[in-house]
Design a protein around this ligand. Sequence first.
Ligand code: NAI
Length: 329
Amino acid sequence: MTKPLRVAVTGAAGQIGYATLFRLASGEIFGPQQPVILHLIELPQAQGALDGIHMELDDCAFPTLAGVEKFSSDNLELAFKDVDWVLCIGSIPRGKGMERSDLIRINGPIFTNTGKAINAAASRDVKVLVVGNPCNTNCLIAMSHAPDIPRANWFAMTRLDQNRAASQLAIKAQRPVAAVQNVAIWGNHSATQYPDFMNAKIDGQPASQVITDHEWLKSTFISTVQQRGAAVIAARGASSAASAANAALDTVKSLVNPTPAGTCISAAVLSDGSYGVEEGIISGFPLSSDGKNWKIIQGFQVDEFSRSKIDATINELKAERDTVKDLLP
Ligand code: NAI
């Protein structure tokens, strides 16, 4: 029998966690032959909710679900023991009147402990996807506290932005979303991110040839993607959850399967200096995977307009890094 994969989800009883677990258990993500053991991790006061989720997971009778283990966030070394994947979703969401810098200072320590516990207990080949915001900087903090885990195994989520951007391009071009490919998200998962229409393709043609309204591409398209999270909150009264869970699962699927030629995956990884992005920050890049290893795709066109957008979001990431300097060993 195939050895089960251990997949840990922090914030498992939250909105995104709940929308993630059943698809992880179903065989959709790692394949129908790959058993999965879920590690559900929550704050002590949310353990009761985990019991209910455990019942529902049992009630789905997924053939690929080989076990469910529940853990309190005050014993992370136990929670991360031998795990192969960690989806770091649990964190404090931004409240009314809270500045981004306040959020960074509140969530930073959570990711210090997360990194240390992953380093101490997880599989040496563990892959970590940080979803909890500010995800790029939280990923940097956790990674910095896990010196024994390869740098290539750390990701922050920009896939929701990629999916949002692809949908907006498809709607504008009046084409199915499957016709849109090669959409990269540069920089931070925040309102400064740069959704790259310049290298995007629709039916294999440059998006800017298919969509001739270049003013729309340079202004409305970018701001719609940048502000989409806020628009969902305003309309739904709660932040994106099903689409965020879907994006987290898309990220994992894209990393464990080969990337089709001529397309890219968007995720934030440790910069190696590619495209002039300062080394040592976690930035969104266009990536491709061979199913095991990934690389930053080189040769994307970066003109003066794109350069200024990329520089702006990288400057924000540098400022975030400076805000948490004392949390980086
Ligand atoms: P939520 O508030 O519904 O759930 C968060 C869960 O995390 C709660 O159940 C809470 O008990 C738990 N939690 C808090 N601190 C924890 C800790 N130290 N250890 C374990 N669990 C902990 O929030 P939701 O909607 O599920 O969002 C989760 C995070 O994802 C937020 O930070 C949000 O900003 C972020 N997010 C990121 C997106 C991205 O594209 N990167 C998109 C949407 C949301």
